[in-house]
Design a protein around this ligand. Structure first.
Ligand code: HAM
Length: 433
């Protein structure tokens, strides 16, 4: 029997629906934030990824699938989406029509890594790249988009870790002090870090081998070496996150595994024991030189990518099955002919406003209608009979919190909108727990 290559897997018919639901949710979120889809080749010329002889990232130095095609051209299966999107941006001169180009992609990536739960050799990423603006607010937007996706999938216990690598001047100063610090312990460093000490000392901080050594803990921190401009920029990113009520933790050891980053870097971690070591579900940061390194004009960029398998694992560990996560916003229990006629009217207004609604057209008992609301996975249940109708009132129950209130029938739509976050208003509502 011929079996699948190590580190790959089949998505069987019963599992496909979950993938489709994840993809649908991603598309809705990208629409909210106005990111447009781009599809680039799964293989690229090797130079797209192997641009820099000094690149020290594991992904580029150890994990790419490289081969020669039949015409002896160097080809690499894409290990990530950013570089290919940057290549397409430059080659198609996307900057001409759109000074700020916001793109998203989904699809398979390939890394020759040791397979384990949540780590495959062929895996899928959903990523976004915003090219053309150096605004700290677009860094915050990218993180907010990630948080919206997490919310829409109903995931909890996620930590956003964030750090700033500063501009070139700050990094260069910091690199010098790192070389001085780690240089003292050169003989104790692993082979990779000895090499990093020469090529990119920042990446030593990302080392999994040397991490527990005492001299690691005493290493100088980047935030002490950020110049004023970089500090101000980082603070603006944090203030924007605060203004959106997005929680984060500043992690001054976070440098990220890829060499192209500057300023903001971040990772989203799932804090669920079953997840094991591969608990980073998404990550990203700013890269202001990648586009020019690929032959384009100097164009700042920021982006992020999620591992889609890890998103699905995280949803299953939270006891969710996306395929079964169909929901509606509101189920109307209208008792009596007149109330039903009014429900038709209110539901219509809600639907036009983008809320999915349902009611019982079979005149079932109150009990059976509550059951139907539950079966439909309704976020809100609206209940009224002729007495309430006389006062144009209804009872509305939030099935997520079990809170119940009496409100005007004219307020149903705005009430639900206010309760849902913005993302949920466009049908990406976190479903009931
Ligand atoms: P990355 O951290 O290398 O960043 O990968 C992003 C995410 O892809 C990881 O957080 C993880 O969830 C998932 N991932 C990575 N490797 C594997 C694997 N072997 N198996 C399963 N999932 C995996 C990037 O790729 C950057 N391009 C992100 C970015 C976009 N930065 C700026 N724009």
């Amino acid at each position: 029997m011929i079996t699948k290559p190590k580190g790959t897997y089949d998505v069987l018919p019963l599992e496909v629906r979950e993938w489709q639901k994840l993809e649908e949710t991603i598309r809705k979120i990208c629409k909210l934030y106005n990111y447009k889809e781009i599809r680039t080749p799964i293989f690229e010329s090797s130079e797209v990824f192997h641009r820099d002889q000094n690149d020290t990232s594991d992904m580029v130095t150890k994990e790419t699938y490289d081969f020669k095609d039949r015409s002896d051209r160097g080809i690499t299966l894409r290990p990530e989406g950013t570089a290919g999107v940057a290549r397409a941006f430059v080659e198609n001169k996307l900057y001409v029509d759109n000074p700020v180009t916001k793109l998203f992609y989904m699809g398979p990536m390939f890394r020759y890594e040791r397979p384990q739960k949540g780590r495959n050799r062929q895996f899928n990423q959903f990523g976004v790249e915003a090219l053309g603006s150096d605004s700290p607010y677009i860094d915050a937007e990218v993180i907010a988009l990630g948080a919206s996706l997490i919310r829409a999938l109903g995931l909890k216990d996620i930590t956003v870790k964030i750090n700033s690598l500063g501009d070139e001047e700050s990094r260069s100063k910091y690199k010098d002090v790192l070389v001085e610090h780690f240089g003292k312990y050169k003989d104790c460093l692993c082979e990779d870090c000895k090499n990093r000490l020469i090529k990119n000392p920042l990446r030593i901080l990302d080392c999994k081998v040397d991490r527990d050594q005492e001299f690691f803990k005493t290493a100088p921190k980047i935030n002490e070496y950020l110049n004023e401009e970089s500090k101000t920029r980082f603070n603006k990113v944090l203030e924007a996150l605060d203004s959106m009520d997005l929680k984060y933790v500043i992690d001054d050891n976070l440098v990220r595994g890829l060499d192209y980053y500057c300023h903001t870097v971040f990772e989203l971690e799932v804090n669920v024991a079953e997840f094991g070591a591969q608990n980073v579900i998404g990550a990203g940061g700013r890269y202001n030189k990648l586009i020019s390194d690929l032959g384009g004009p100097l164009t700042p960029g920021v982006g992020m990518a999620f591992g889609m398998e890890r998103l699905l694992l995280a949803t299953s560990f939270s006891g969710k099955n996306l395929a079964k996560e169909e929901y509606i916003h509101a189920y109307f229990i209208a008792l009596g002919e007149k109330a039903q006629a009014e429900a038709v009217k209110v539901m219509n207004a809600c639907r036009i406003g983008g809320l999915s609604c349902e009611m019982d057209y079979l005149n079932g008992s109150l009990k059976s209608q509550f059951k139907k609301a539950d079966k439909n996975n309704a976020r809100f249940t609206i209940i009224f009979g002729e007495n309430e109708l006389a006062e144009m009132k209804c009872n509305i129950k939030d099935n997520q919190t079990d809170e119940q209130e009496t409100i005007s029938l004219l307020e149903v739509y705005t009430y639900i909108l206010t309760k849902l976050n913005k993302a949920s208003a466009c049908n990406t509502c976190p479903s009931k727990n």
